[in-house]
Design a protein around this ligand. Structure first.
Ligand SMILES: [Mg+2]
Length: 340
């Protein structure tokens, strides 16, 4: 079997500017991988986040210089491949993820099974939320209209006008909300005030209320908060998980932070071991990344896999999303194809 690899950079545009506590973007450049054995074509995606690594140009340069080493990676020994990927690309977990996803896709296609079957997951899973990024107050009604089919909304806070955002949303809808602060509350007092306020607003949980390095404060907040706390910026890779015991109730696993499906599966195991609830999340990604993470969907208590439905145009077709219900296919591998 001789493998070949192609890569392209794709600009993906969101329907609305996507703003969180630390950044605002209306488009993202992602790197798409195509791994072929001459018979099957497998796909991978790197959607690098500025919070964790350099941008897509750095990824293109790495691909160019390390193509042969990628093609020499093991298709069957996933653990070893991940070790090799961490050695090859220590600074780009989204590239590790892209390569790992493409190898899993090829592995699944060759074995004739969908990855969720190989992973021992189920087809049924909880519904995904739909994210309302931080926006000018005037745009909120328009965003809520876009989100109308979704029963669960994830709201981004962590601004100096959190109360106004919440009021604008609550004046239009009584849906269950999840709140992601993206490290935006900087002091324990602010975070306590926020947690107390939101506990009365039909909120399901608080995600990353404070900066990742303030873990001691977050542990104190957890003792005080009625709402469960979910780690995101604190829950990057498998080795982070044991250190979160006592500070959080749940962890958010994302492929682009952890380095791919091999590590995501490891994080699922560690979450079970340390009794964390599991959330599966994403960056703004195409249906390649979202379809990959959805293969593990049934292991999650909460899903936030909306990166592809936030796009104005998704260059790939993969899992379905019907009002937040993610539909896995029986197609071997990831079940992803370019959109014609
Ligand atoms: Mg988050």
């Amino acid at each position: 079997m001789s493998l070949s690899l192609k890569w392209t950079m794709k600009r993906i545009t969101t329907k609305f500017e996507f703003k969180i506590a630390r950044s605002a973007e209306s488009y993202y450049d992602v790197v798409i991988l195509e791994l072929s054995d001459g018979y099957f074509t497998a796909y991978g995606e790197a959607a690098p986040s500025k919070r964790y690594e350099k941008g897509p140009d750095a990824i293109l340069a790495l691909l160019k210089s390390k193509e042969q080493q990628i093609l020499a990676l093991s298709l069957e020994d996933h653990e070893n491949r991940q070790t090799d990927l961490e050695r090859l690309f220590p600074e780009s977990y989204s590239l590790q993820s892209a390569v790992d996803i493409a190898f899993w896709d090829l592995y699944g296609q060759r074995s004739g099974q969908a990855l969720w079957q190989i992973f021992g997951a189920q087809k049924n899973m909880v519904a995904s939320s739909y994210t309302i990024g931080i926006s000018d107050l005037e745009i909120i009604p328009e965003k809520l209209k876009e989100a109308a089919p979704y029963a669960l909304l994830k709201i981004k806070l962590g601004t100096d006008y959190d109360h106004e955002i919440m009021r604008a949303i609550r004046s239009q809808t009584d849906k269950v909300l999840r709140v992601d602060v993206n490290e935006g509350w900087k002091t324990l007092d602010d975070a306590k005030r926020g947690a107390e306020w939101l506990a009365g607003e039909n909120v399901e949980f608080l995600e990353q209320p404070m900066p990742a390095q303030q873990l001691d404060d977050i542990a104190k907040l957890r003792e005080f908060s009625q709402l469960p706390l979910v780690a995101d910026e604190n829950s990057v890779r498998p080795e982070d998980i044991p250190g979160l015991v006592g500070a959080y109730d749940g962890i958010n696993i994302k492929l682009m932070k952890c380095g791919g499906l091999t590590n995501a599966r490891k994080m699922v195991e560690l979450a079970h071991k340390h009794q964390f609830d599991i959330m599966l999340g994403c960056m703004v990604e195409t249906s390649i990344g979202i379809s990959a993470m959805s293969q593990l969907g049934s292991f999650a208590r909460w899903l936030d896999l909306d990166g592809n439905v936030l796009l104005a145009h998704d260059p790939f077709v993969g899992v379905g999303n019907e009002a937040g219900k993610i539909i896995l296919s029986d197609m071997p591998g990831l079940g992803v194809e370019p959109r014609l």
